[in-house]
Design a protein around this ligand. Structure first.
Ligand code: DGI
Ligand code: FE
Ligand code: FE
Length: 199
């Protein structure tokens, strides 16, 4: 993809997304590009996947569900719940294909799995998942001193070892969900099991 196309996607996201979400999106795109440089991944793909990863976030639940149905995407129980924090990933991948003309399957998969992850992720998928968590504007950084310490540790780790970083983020996410009483999707659990076993 040419630089002008990336600029076009960036403009589309600026118009489409709320201000904070757009700033987060830029943070993810450029953090993903940095991680791609360090880990030998295609930098342009990282920029495009990062730019589009939350593109469905502003759509209604109903629209996201119907987009996934039209594309014959299988959804888990948690993904179909009203106010699901997971659905926008699959819906975003459908939108990236249909509206923004993305045909690269690796980019589309990176968008699909940016919230739950999955076992055997490609390096690009790992980078988007991690960039989403560590980008400079992440509000998690402001929650408490313990979280700031944690985020500093995860950020440093991300430039050394992607699999170790995935294990750390997934175990923190499972802790966070159990404290909050959130239901755990089987894909999040499988990703945790896989990356905490192999690294
Ligand atoms: O869209 P973002 O806010 O940038 O970030 P994201 O797409 O990574 O979503 C993060 C949220 O998703 C975070 O609050 C944790 C939540 N999440 C991840 N896995 C699960 C989950 N929530 C539930 N209920 N169950 C999961 O398995
Ligand atoms: Fe997201
Ligand atoms: Fe995000």
């Amino acid at each position: 993809m040419k630089a002008t196309n990336l600029a076009k996607l960036r403009k589309e996201m600026e118009q489409r997304l709320e201000r904070k979400r757009y700033e987060h999106t830029l943070g993810v795109a450029y953090t993903a590009a940095n991680l791609a440089m360090v880990h030998g991944v295609d930098v342009e793909k990282a920029l495009i996947a990062g730019m589009l990863h939350d593109c469905a976030k502003c759509m209604s639940h109903h629209k996201q569900i119907s987009l996934c149905k039209k594309s014959r995407i299988q959804l888990s129980e948690i993904e179909t719940e009203e106010r699901s924090p997971l659905l926008h990933a699959k819906a975003g991948s459908c939108l990236a294909r249909k509206k923004y003309g993305i045909t690269d399957e690796e980019i589309l998969q990176a968008i699909s799995y940016h919230t739950t992850g999955r076992p055997h992720m490609s390096p690009l998928e790992k980078i988007i998942y991690i960039a989403d968590y560590i980008e400079p504007g992440r509000e998690r950084a402001k929650r408490s001193y313990a979280d700031i310490q944690n985020l500093q540790q995860v950020r440093r780790m991300a430039y050394r070892d992607l699999d170790e970083t995935l294990c750390k983020i997934l175990s923190d996410t499972l802790d966070y969900l159990s404290r909050k009483g959130g239901k755990i999707d089987s894909m999040t659990r499988d990703t945790y099991d896989y990356y905490c076993q192999i690294h």
